[in-house]
Design a protein around this ligand. Structure first.
Ligand code: HEM
Length: 204
């Protein structure tokens, strides 16, 4: 049980407790792909809706890339051992997860930021909500594209467009919150760049 917990927290079997938590390689690459493609879709979608400037062909190309990355993300989360552990950080529906979440919320109300890295708690849960929102919006986009191209029919296009527009706003609010937390952690001097570093350590 002790070594299970150890590998659970550190993301690989046999790691020593004093070592820094490590982001698994797949999690890092998928995170980068999602970050870039979601940002592009959000900016181009909002520009199309609010400014009437819509690079449609690129929105569709990057949209299909995003759907692929989301497929990899959910596949990795469900199929692999590390993915299933990460799923527990994204949706912490266990007594241990709930108590980590509650601890982080109490800490935040006192101005203490939750530590970054692969662990159960508030940052993981916010990522879970973000991933669900992005998945819902991307599926609406794909359904609309399929209707345009005649792959299928029947879902009202107006509903899909409204879902995309409201979804883009929800994604933008969470995106700003995400960037805001990164800035706060950076100001505090926390090592948060591990997810982008080659070795995946939280202190890079
Ligand atoms: C985070 C993901 C996404 C966001 C935030 C997003 C956002 C938006 C927004 C706000 C619009 C409305 C633009 C307007 O009113 O002119 C839109 C339209 C559209 N999106 Fe996306 N989108 C996303 C993903 C996707 C994906 C994955 C696809 C397809 C693979 C896609 C395909 C489309 C299509 C076909 C339209 C309709 C264009 C039109 O009405 O001419 N989107 N998107």
């Amino acid at each position: 049980m002790g070594s299970d917990l150890q590998s659970d927290i550190l993301g690989r079997p046999g790691a020593q407790p004093e070592e820094e938590p490590v982001w698994p390689g797949a999690a890092r690459w998928i995170h980068l792909g999602l970050l870039l493609s979601v940002t592009f879709q959000m900016v181009t979608g909002l520009a199309g809706w609010l400014l009437g400037v819509f690079p449609f062909a690129w929105h569709v190309r990057v949209g299909l890339f995003l759907v692929t990355i989301l497929g990899l993300q959910w596949g990795w989360l469900w199929i692999t051992l590390q993915g299933r552990r990460t799923l527990g950080y994204l949706f912490p529906w266990t007594p241990r997860g709930f108590s980590a979440l509650a601890k982080d919320v109490v800490g935040l109300s006192r101005g203490v930021l939750a530590p970054p890295g692969p662990r159960p708690g508030l940052p993981g849960f916010m990522h879970g909500i973000f991933l669900l929102s992005v998945t819902l919006v991307a599926l609406s986009g794909l359904t609309l594209l399929g209707e345009f191209r005649g792959w299928w029919s029947g879902v009202p296009m107006g509903t899909l467009l409204t879902t995309l527009r409201m979804g883009a706003l929800a994604v933008a609010i969470q995106w700003l919150g995400h960037v805001g937390m990164v800035i706060l952690h950076a100001i505090k001097g926390d090592s948060i760049w591990g997810i982008f570093s080659r070795r995946g350590r939280t202190s890079s």
